[in-house]
Design a protein around this ligand. Structure first.
Ligand code: FEO
Length: 398
């Protein structure tokens, strides 16, 4: 495995082939926690890994240098997947000073006992010379934690971007041109949707900062290092951060005795004949991670559930709660669902979609026990209406 970014700059992280749950994010392709070592007159380690993989990180460092020669440990982000190994790593790097911003230090201090750490607090725009290389620190608040920060090395045109531009994908290649690009972009989209989506404005600000930098490599904290497809990921981030709508309709549902499923399929059929990308998502089978990923660029969403105990089914409720937190914006849609003797699900979903500020195209579409032919026809027509709106929104987008 080639771990060399440039002479004396190496990846020293951990590839986690088996992880499938990352705080509820389904990591079907595994993940990596990327750390980097820069050897110069002074030696710096940039970020660490999850605590349980500290030993592997330290082994990778020791293969390149005497651990006592590491002068700095840069922490770009305090979340435990990158920072929980710090206590153990600092014990094994006796001469290392932790370098981070004030907010990062305050956060690390809540997670760990920092009393015996040597620490250097830096500010936005500050630089630290290693000799031939300079580390420039660029704060990126709320992308996606308050203390988040980039480290830029101008002499090598490398941006160490922590979570930004990352993907949960385990691979034997460390660089974007060594791994299937379709899979990488799919995982980059999933990562953005599930982790970064609420912070589109902050991402737009970060992209402006990045535009001022001369970048030949983006060394993210997860997944592959970008060196051949930088334009592709920057362009995708521009679109995702602004919720660029695709001509795409998402029909999300849960069903009890197939009545809501029949409605969902009729809506899907109506959307499908209208020349858009129509996606049918059974929320209990597809899960929350896929829901967020598909919702990111869908212009239109129909959300349905059978009625259970005067409300919606549990996974439909979970899906709406998850989406509400991720704050997708600029979408149209409607609620649908079946009921028996008491109404509930479609009305409850309608309320929640309104809280999420979806532009509602119609009143909730409902069926008692089984959708009649006329209800299914109405579903079909509603699907066409969703598609018409989606196409218009995609073509109007500037
Ligand atoms: Fe990969 Fe926000 O941690």
């Amino acid at each position: 495995m080639d771990t060399t970014l440039r002479d004396n700059i190496n990846w020293v992280g951990y590839v986690d082939w088996t992880v499938r749950d990352f705080h509820s994010f389904e990591t079907t392709r595994g993940a990596t926690y990327n750390s980097y070592l820069i050897r110069d007159e002074k030696t710096a380690l940039i970020d660490t890994v999850k605590a349980r993989y500290a030993r592997e990180l330290l082994k990778n460092v020791a293969n390149l240098t005497d651990p006592s020669k590491v002068d700095y440990l840069i922490c770009n982000h305090a979340e435990p997947d990158h920072a929980s190994a710090i206590p153990q790593v600092l014990k094994e790097l006796p001469n290392a000073t932790l370098v981070c911003n004030q907010k990062c230090y305050q956060t690390l201090d809540k997670f760990s006992d920092t009393s015996d750490w040597k620490t250097k607090i830096i500010s936005n725009g500050e630089s630290l010379s290693l000799g031939k290389h300079t580390l420039q620190f660029i704060e990126t608040p709320m992308v996606h934690w308050p203390e988040s920060m980039f480290t830029y090395v101008p002499e090598e045109k490398i941006l160490f971007s922590m979570d930004a531009f990352g993907q949960h994908i385990a691979s034997s290649g460390r660089f974007d041109d060594e791994v299937d690009m379709c899979a990488v972009m799919q995982e980059a989209k999933s990562y953005y949707a599930n982790i970064v989506m609420p912070y589109g404005k902050q991402v737009a600000g970060v992209l402006k900062k990045a535009a001022d930098l001369d970048i030949e490599m983006i060394a993210t904290s997860h997944g592959v290092i970008w060196r051949s497809h930088i334009d592709k990921i920057i362009s995708a981030y521009k679109n995702w951060s602004r919720f660029r709508p695709a001509a795409k309709v998402l029909i999300v549902y849960d069903t009890m005795w197939e009545s809501t499923a029949q409605m969902a399929r009729a809506i899907h059929a109506g959307a499908s004949i209208s020349g858009v990308d129509a996606q049918l998502v059974h929320i209990r089978r597809s899960g929350l991670t896929a829901l967020a990923t598909e919702a990111l660029d869908a212009a239109a969403i129909a959300f349905g559930s059978a009625t259970l105990n005067r409300g919606m089914m549990p996974m439909a409720a979970a899906g709406l709660a998850y989406l509400e937190g991720l704050r997708p914006t600029g979408k149209v849609g409607f609620a649908f669902g079946s009921y028996g003797w008491g109404k509930g699900a479609a009305e409850a979903i309608d309320e929640r979609l309104k809280v999420m500020k979806l532009e509602m195209l119609r009143e909730p579409l409902k069926a008692q026990y089984r959708p009649s032919k006329s209800v299914l026809d109405e579903c079909h027509t509603a699907g066409q209406e969703l598609a018409k709106n989606a196409k218009q929104m995609a073509s109007d987008w500037k």
